[in-house]
Ligand binder design. Structure first.
Ligand SMILES: CCCCC/C=C\C/C=C\C/C=C\C/C=C\CCCC(=O)SCCNC(=O)CCNC(=O)[C@H](O)C(C)(C)COP(=O)(O)OP(=O)(O)OC[C@H]1O[C@@H](n2cnc3c(N)ncnc32)[C@H](O)[C@@H]1OP(=O)(O)O
Length: 178
């Protein structure tokens, strides 16, 4: 499938920038007590690096991370790369995850995401997750299709005050109006 090259937005945060949570109540990156508390940092070119510390709150089988939460971690990491680098409000249309190794409680998943290409409103991103270090054993791979939406997606389907809630979380650091 043909895609256009990725154009990082001129106002996108530069390499080394630690990304703020995109919404304080987000299960992936916000302050939700049992949430994933994922932290992301911008890398070179169209890359973002994220870390997810797996705790007992995230178990599926005893001592192992729940697969659905691992997929959630990738949704967050991929979405953070798309949203922050392109400055285009987008939602996950499709998320594929390959689970290659079990992820134990106590480990930290190092997720490296790249925005691969754009085709109109469709934005493709992919990621790898490694255990306990950027060069650790490969545990997961994921590919996501994000679809750009107008900001009314969030007010119509989510909460009438969605934009205000998002803006408050962002402390005005980026304008979510396209
Ligand atoms: C997420 C909050 C962001 C708020 C913004 C604020 C700040 C942003 C800053 C930073 C962001 C940072 C972090 C974000 C972190 C995490 C993000 C988590 C994201 C989520 O967790 S978000 C929740 C789960 N997500 C949904 O809740 C979506 C429900 N869904 C829909 O709302 C519609 O379904 C929609 C809008 C997706 C499409 O609907 P639509 O009517 O607008 O458009 P349409 O259907 O025409 O699709 C257009 C083209 O995409 C193709 N397409 C669509 N879906 C496909 C699929 N599954 N497979 C293959 N192709 C697909 C079509 O085939 C067509 O392709 P073509 O143009 O080639 O024909």
């Amino acid at each position: 499938m043909a895609t256009d090259p990725v154009e990082v937005h001129p106002d996108a945060p530069g390499p080394g920038t630690k990304l703020p949570m995109h919404y304080v109540e987000c299960f992936g990156c916000g302050e939700v007590e049992s949430g994933l508390h994922i932290q992301s940092t911008v890398g070179e070119q169209q890359r973002v690096f994220s870390q997810f510390k797996v705790t007992e709150a995230h178990q599926g089988a005893p001592g192992l991370a729940h697969g659905g939460l691992l997929a959630c971690a990738f949704d967050e990491a991929l979405g953070a790369a798309v949203g922050n680098l392109l400055h285009r409000p987008a939602v996950t249309g499709k998320l594929e995850t390959d689970f290659l190794r079990p992820v134990p409680v106590g480990s930290t998943l190092f997720i490296a995401t790249i925005v691969d290409g754009v085709a109109g409103r469709k934005i493709y991103a992919s990621a790898e997750g490694r255990l306990d270090g950027e060069d650790g054993p490969l545990a997961l791979r994921a590919r996501g299709l994000f679809v750009q939406v107008g900001v009314e997606h969030f007010t119509k389907h989510g909460h009438p005050d969605a934009l205000e809630k998002l803006r408050r979380s962002h402390e005005g650091d980026w304008d979510i109006n396209p």
